[in-house]
Design a protein around this ligand. Structure first.
Ligand code: ADP
Ligand code: TYD
Length: 209
């Protein structure tokens, strides 16, 4: 029986994840799949706490923030009403805007990356994405796109940090290349070309299951 896929989108801020998730969702739906899209940080209690810290309404050490994301992710996976496992069991294709590779890249800049991977071990054991899609974009272009969209920037959204996060993504993708299925696409191109490339890779996986 055909398996419904779990796909995670990754990339620095402003890389075009939301845009591509909407297009991939449409492609899946046109092919007859039911799709559930979701995101991290979640809109559940721990995700809300994280957003308060990012918006400077609350304060926490970088190690605490990394641990909060790991906890938020467990809720994201295990929530009995709309957790990732539940939605997959119900037959939905699940597409998430960020998953544990985001943690490795964003927190690996501030705390030892192996500790972040350890923190997320339970999540990785519970469920690994069938495909991680990394949209690679020039950090300067990402910052330009972000600045167009809103007035204030969040905690990690400085050019210097975005460059470090991008480098960290490449470091961890190399480190995890035998554990994780990762497709890297050039996000500096027009929206439609990126979407076509992503759909080709996904179709290829669908043909093989
Ligand atoms: P993310 O979810 O990764 O933060 P978004 O999809 O919200 O990124 O895109 C950030 C901004 O850049 C939006 O205004 C969006 O319309 C624009 N954008 C996304 N992809 C592209 C692209 N390939 N070319 C030009 N602009 C883009
Ligand atoms: P948000 O504005 O919700 O999303 P995006 O910019 O991706 O559209 O912000 C999410 C921020 O959280 C983003 O800067 C990346 C960061 N983040 C972490 O630091 N660790 C994590 O584990 C995740 C999932 C996200």
């Amino acid at each position: 029986m055909a398996k419904n896929l779990f796909i995670a989108f990754e990339g620095i801020d402003g890389s075009g994840k939301s845009t591509q998730i909407n297009l991939l969702k449409k492609n899946f739906e046109n092919a007859g799949h039911n799709v559930y899209t979701t995101f991290e940080p979640t809109d559940k209690p721990i995700g809300k706490l994280i957003r308060d810290i990012f918006n400077h309404r609350s304060n926490a050490d970088q190690r605490t923030i990394a641990a909060l994301f790991a906890a938020d992710r467990l809720e994201h996976i295990l929530d009995k009403e709309n957790g990732i496992i539940k939605m997959l069991k119900e037959g939905f294709t699940v597409i998430t805007d960020r998953f544990y590779l985001s943690s490795y890249a964003y927190h690996g800049v501030h705390v030892p990356v192996d500790w972040v991977i350890q923190c997320n071990m339970l999540s990785a054991e519970l469920i690994r994405p069938d495909l991680n899609i990394f949209i690679d974009i020039d950090p300067e272009l990402g910052m330009k796109r972000l600045k167009k969209g809103r007035n204030s920037l969040e905690m990690f959204e400085t050019l210097e940090n975005q460059k470090k996060v991008r480098d960290k993504y490449f470091e961890i993708m190399e480190k995890l290349k035998f554990q994780e299925k990762i497709f890297v696409t050039d996000g500096n191109r027009p929206v439609e070309l990126i979407a076509e490339d992503i759909w080709k890779v996904v179709e290829n996986i669908l043909d093989r299951i």
